[in-house]
Each structure stands twice: as structure tokens, then as C-alpha cells.
Design a protein around this ligand. Structure first.
Ligand SMILES: [Mn+2]
Length: 369
């Protein structure tokens, strides 16, 4: 029996921190399309069950087109059973509010729910799931008692403990699920693929999000395909890359450039030498040291390369190189200002450089932000 495990679709999330509003709208539709394409893949590959391990939606107000798009795909595929566990971004249960939720769509609540996935066959492939809350997350994993004679999948949405990520999601103490006869733990919440064995039999897995949304989600995205043999109770699982667009963040050292124009030249050379398809999203992070008089207009650079990729963002992380000796004998107010800042022991070198840069722009009569 083939089963798909995916999570963190974040349908209808705003996306406007990375994209201008028109592209954000288009990308929202692409997130929904990724879900619909995944369902097509499942049908074409004889997948019988799809486990959605949380954060399917990500908005206070879900578009009608999103809700009906998802519901219609489920209704149109009665040969596939959908198991939807809510995550910390899923508000109310958007899909169960439908007048008549599809028969092949199944839900969870804050206690353990058990489904038999191969109910037409041996009936020994079991799925357990519970939605974590502040009050149940401390004890719920301890309460789980699967029959170790079955093939057991457990689905949860949260952050496994021991990791440094601080957020509002509930924690999962993975050690509490050790040696319980579980075969596979289908997790959601972490947006990059991760898997690890916790005992001789059990592997936990985060599939990551289906499509990357921001530059903290670079790299491949997709879902996990499990192929379970119900007779031997053995299985294989593989990550299937599926995202329609990828995000790339590339560092570029621009030490010594005089300003926007030279930076643009460097970026052009750099882009000519990297193999990134134009459909992707790219952020160039500028590094290195530049002169205090060097102005890099990132918005102008972004406009200049706007047609090159789906979007090109430029982040200026350059540091200012200060040649203080050249100001030492400067008797003007400007020289006095620089010496005053330089002698202030309460300031870090980085702060000194920023203050001096802004001050010099002021002396030159330029606008400064
Ligand atoms: Mn989450």
C-alpha cells in the first residue's frame, strides 16, 4: 500500500514579505496548485492514503476558491483517503465546516484517534493521530498504546524537544514514543526535510513544506512516499521533490565597489556564471567592505534585474571600511565629528562606522535613512 505524508502547505499565507502583492497573489494560487498536483500524482501512482500532518492552511480568512479547490480535489478522488491533522497555523477546521465534508476526508482531535488505512485488506496498517494543545502535550505521547503486531504510523504536529527553535508550537518529547512498536512517525511543523531513527523499528520524519515561501526555506521541497507491504509489515520511504519553484540565497563579496553601478556589474557577472533557472526566486546577499562614501541602492538593482528571475532580491550586508587616518588632520566640523565618534568607548566598531556614514551623508547634504 502506498501512502503520501506531507505537511506545512500554509495555503493562503500572505507571502508579501518576499513578493509584491500581484506576485504574492499568483504564488498563493501556486501553493494551492501544488496540493492539486500532489493529489494527481497520488492518483497516477496508486496511492491509497494521504496524511496531511498539519498547517495545511495559514490565514484567518481562507479564500472560497482555496477551500473549494481542496474539497473538490478530495471529492474527485474517492479512491484516496485523506487524513488531515490540524497544526498550530490551522485556525478552525476549515474543511469540516463544509456543509457535507467528503466521506474520504478524516479528521483528528485532541485525543488519540485510530484509523485503519488498509481496511479493504489485512486491516493491519494503523494510523494514530492527535492534535497537540498546551494541556495534552505533556502526557499524550505517554498514553499511546499501539498493537506492535500491526504496522503503526503516528502523526503529530509540533516541535520535537531538544531543538533550539522557539515558537508557539507544542513540543513533542520523541523519547516518549521510543520502543512502542511504532514504525513511522509522520510529523509536521519543521519546514525542511528531516528524518531520524529513534529505536530499531521506528523512524520519525518531517517532510518539510510542499513549496518554499521565503528565503529561510531554500532548497528542495516536496513530500514523502511510503510503500508498505502489509504481509511482511516492512516498508520503504523516499522524499519526492515536488516544488514548482525554488528559493536560492547566494552571497556575493563586493569589497571595494564604488557604488550602485559597479555593484550591478558584479551581480551581472555573478548571475552569468550560476546555473539557476529563471523561474526561481533568488536573493543576493552582498558582503565585504566598502568605502564610507559608497552608496548601494538595492531597490534600483532589484528593478534592473527584475526580468531575470521570478523575483530577485538584494540584501546589503556590506561593512564600511573607514580610513580614519585620512580624517585625523581634518580641522573642519566633519573631522571633529569623526574624532568624537571614534573616541566614544561606549560604541562598537560597527556602530561607529554606521554613525560616521550617516553623519558624512548629512555633511554632504544627501538624503539619509
Ligand atoms: Mn506549524
Amino acid at each position: 500500500m502506498k501512502v503520501i505524508h506531507l505537511a506545512d502547505l500554509h495555503l493562503d499565507s500572505r507571502l508579501t514579505s518576499v513578493l509584491p502583492s500581484e506576485l504574492a497573489k499568483q504564488r498563493k494560487r501556486e501553493l494551492l496548485k501544488a496540493f492539486l498536483n500532489m493529489v494527481d500524482y497520488a492518483r497516477d501512482n496508486d496511492v491509497e492514503a494521504i496524511i496531511i500532518a498539519g498547517d495545511m492552511f495559514d490565514s484567518d480568512s481562507i479564500l472560497v476558491s482555496t477551500r473549494t479547490g481542496v474539497t473538490n480535489a478530495i471529492l474527485a478522488n474517492p479512491s484516496i483517503e485523506f487524513y488531515y491533522l490540524r497544526g498550530n497555523h490551522d485556525m478552525d477546521n476549515v474543511l469540516s465546516d463544509e456543509d457535507v465534508p467528503p466521506d474520504n476526508l478524516h479528521f483528528f482531535d485532541d485525543t488519540w484517534t485510530k484509523y485503519i488505512l488498509n481496511y479493504k485488506g489485512e486491516g493491519n496498517i494503523c494510523l494514530y493521530g492527535a492534535e497537540l494543545t498546551q494541556s495534552n502535550s505533556k502526557h499524550i505521547c505517554l498514553e499511546l498504546q499501539p498493537d506492535s503486531a500491526d504496522f503503526n504510523i503516528v502523526t503529530l504536529h509540533g516541535q520535537i524537544t531538544g531543538s533550539a527553535v522557539k515558537d508557539k508550537a507544542e513540543n513533542i518529547n520523541i523519547k516518549e514514543l521510543k520502543d512502542k512498536g511504532i514504525d513511522y512517525i509522520a510529523l509536521g511543523h519543521v519546514h525542511a526535510y528531516k528524518e531520524e531513527k529513534i529505536d530499531a523499528r521506528c523512524t520519525y520524519c518531517y517532510p518539510g513544506c510542499l513549496e518554499g515561501r521565503g528565503f529561510d526555506e531554500c532548497g528542495e521541497h516536496g513530500f514523502v512516499l511510503l510503500d508498505i507491504d502489509e504481509v511482511s509489515r516492512t516498508y520503504t520511504h523516499e522524499f519526492i521533490p515536488f516544488a514548482s519553484r525554488m528559493l536560492y540565497e547566494e552571497e556575493l563579496d563586493v569589497t571595494g565597489v564604488s557604488g550602485t553601478f559597479e555593484t550591478m556589474e558584479k551581480i551581472r557577472d555573478f548571475l552569468d556564471n550560476i546555473a539557476i533557472e529563471s523561474k526561481h526566486l533568488v536573493r543576493i546577499v552582498l558582503t565585504g567592505e566598502v568605502d564610507v562614501k559608497c552608496e548601494i541602492d538595492t531597490a534600483m538593482i532589484e528593478d534592473n534585474f527584475a526580468d531575470r528571475f521570478y523575483i530577485l532580491k538584494v540584501k546589503d550586508n556590506t561593512k564600511i571600511k573607514l580610513d580614519l587616518d585620512s580624517f585625523k588632520k581634518d580641522l573642519s566640523l566633519r573631522g571633529e565629528f569623526i574624532r568624537t565618534v571614534e573616541e566614544d568607548e561606549s560604541l562598537s566598531d560597527e556602530d561607529k562606522a554606521s554613525i560616521i556614514k550617516i553623519g558624512l551623508q548629512g555633511f554632504a547634504g544627501e538624503d539619509f535613512e
